[in-house]
Ligand binder design. Sequence first.
Ligand code: ATP
Ligand code: MG
Length: 257
Amino acid sequence: MSRPSHDAAEPQMIFEADDVAVHFGGVKAVDGLSFGLPEGKIVGILGPNGSGKSTLVGAITRHVPLTRGTLRFLGKDYGNDRAHLVPHRGIARTFQTVRLLEERTVLENVLLGTDSLSGGGRAERRLAHERAQVAMQRTGCEHLAKERPDELSYGNRRRVEIARAIAMEPKLLLVDEPTAGMGRAEKEEVSALMMSLRAEGLTQLIVEHDVQMMVDTCDILLAMNFGKLIVEGEPRDVVRNPAVQEAYLGKQAVNHA
Ligand SMILES: Nc1ncnc2c1ncn2[C@@H]1O[C@H](COP(=O)(O)OP(=O)(O)OP(=O)(O)O)[C@@H](O)[C@H]1O
Ligand SMILES: [Mg+2]
């Protein structure tokens, strides 16, 4: 047959989690997850409230201590890294609740994304400014550079947060509910941004409750429930899966009826 060999078809994994668990006392927030993120793809995580999605993101960025398991990025085990080292590896994130310095301008907030990576020299500062500018252009908040975050709409605050993350020029971007509280048009803009970043080769892991957006945006979906991976695969198959419908979509269908 003319199919490529198994090895040739196997996608290159930029990130791998092996049996990752995060327990908070008796709460098994993440309970033994193994999966990979293929380079250049958008992987989405679906799951009901409290299923462990944000905890998993926190584990990947080392903001949350691991109870057990292995994390590998670009083939290197980094599970013992402190959180502040993770951006240096090329992993950036946004938080479920927008975290910005309200007393600083948008530009200064985005520059923070580059700060941790650059030294204090003039050349570094100029490079950081260029990166921040590009990141603001990409996310459509360039015209807001001099504003303060507390003067901005929710959607624009999200944009600034994403700009700060991509100003690091990461190889992997993790976004936790980037469109929560947004209307359809704004969601579509965020979705288009994710896809344009993918076109440039950026691997992304997105947590979102908006099933339609996830199906439209992601290459692969992971469905979680009670800290475990219940289904993984092609987005349309995952959302049709009875276990996923039971855990998640049934509830959502009721909520949105
Ligand atoms: N720091 C913590 N200490 C104790 N329990 C925690 C902590 N963080 C999360 N949990 C618990 O872990 C479980 C998973 O929470 P997590 O925030 O990861 O869920 P989620 O899937 O992101 O939910 P949502 O969709 O509501 O954002 C929940 O039971 C939560 O209460
Ligand atoms: Mg969450």
